[in-house]
Write a protein that binds this ligand. Structure first.
Ligand SMILES: [Zn+2]
Length: 247
């Protein structure tokens, strides 16, 4: 059992994480194949939610496990019980094992998109929290206002990819928590001698760091304390070490 400290969305709490709740039962080779139900589940991907309801023992878990095994989309498994009817606890499970990096896009004081980093969940690299939040905002049809009035908030200084995404998405401001010495792009972007006359829509956003900086550092310190090795851990240490190590 490990503990995750979740401060996203203003929730500050310690939540015990039971690793067994995150394990997907592997599909069994001797199980009866159910192509009609699998086809219906695939069709449900066009919608936001699919509910599978059947009495106990009818094979719901086996069916979903088989579906995930052949589904090309990324997936995560979380077994819920009565105690999980609590947003902070649910979110803690949702980000379990990931670096605690979250991002929101705000427009007219409303959150229009939110994401957390998914590198561990998806086994990919181009799934940073800020990139995913910007991508989700960019998919809104119609965009609910002027893009230049939108702002990106993220608890870690954006990398070059994510800062470039913010510029390409035409957000007007980027606010972040703690600096990222290894890959933060803000200092580099500030040295860019860009002429707005060349491409007026492509502007460098207003940028401000230090938003809830201590809280952000605490998240990385917690991650470093809970893990012991790996490239992510080594990188997280460089961020965690910027704070008071006794915290
Ligand atoms: Zn990034």
């Amino acid at each position: 059992m490990t503990t995750v400290r979740c401060r996203f969305y203003n929730c500050a709490m310690s939540t015990p994480i039971l690793a067994t709740k995150l394990y997907r039962p592997p599909p069994r080779p001797e199980v009866v194949h159910r192509p009609r139900l699998l086809t219906r589940l695939h069709a449900g991907l066009q919608r936001k939610l699919t509910l599978i309801s059947a009495p106990a023992g009818f094979g719901k878990t086996t069916l979903v496990s088989a579906w995930i095994a052949e589904c090309p989309h990324p997936s995560a498994w979380l077994t819920l019980d009565d105690r999980d009817n609590d947003p902070p606890r649910f979110l803690s499970y949702l980000v379990a094992g990931e670096l605690l990096i979250g991002a929101v896009v705000v427009l007219n004081r409303q959150v229009i998109a939110a994401a957390h980093t998914r590198e561990k969940t998806e086994g990919r690299l181009l799934v940073h929290a800020d990139f995913l939040a910007l991508e989700a905002a960019d998919r809104l049809r119609p965009f609910p206002g002027r893009r230049r009035d939108a702002a990106l908030f993220v608890n870690l200084e954006p990398c070059l990819m994510c800062f470039g995404a913010a510029m390409s998405c035409c957000v007007g401001a980027v606010y972040y928590g703690v600096e990222s010495p290894g890959d933060g792009a803000v200092a580099l972007v500030r040295t860019w001698q860009k002429r707005d006359s060349d491409f007026p829509a492509y502007q460098i956003p207003f940028t401000q760091g230090g938003i809830l900086r201590d809280d952000s550092i605490a998240l990385f310190q917690r991650y470093v304390a809970q893990h012991r090795s790996g490239a992510m851990w080594e990188w997280a240490k460089t961020i965690a070490s910027q704070g008071n190590t006794s915290a």
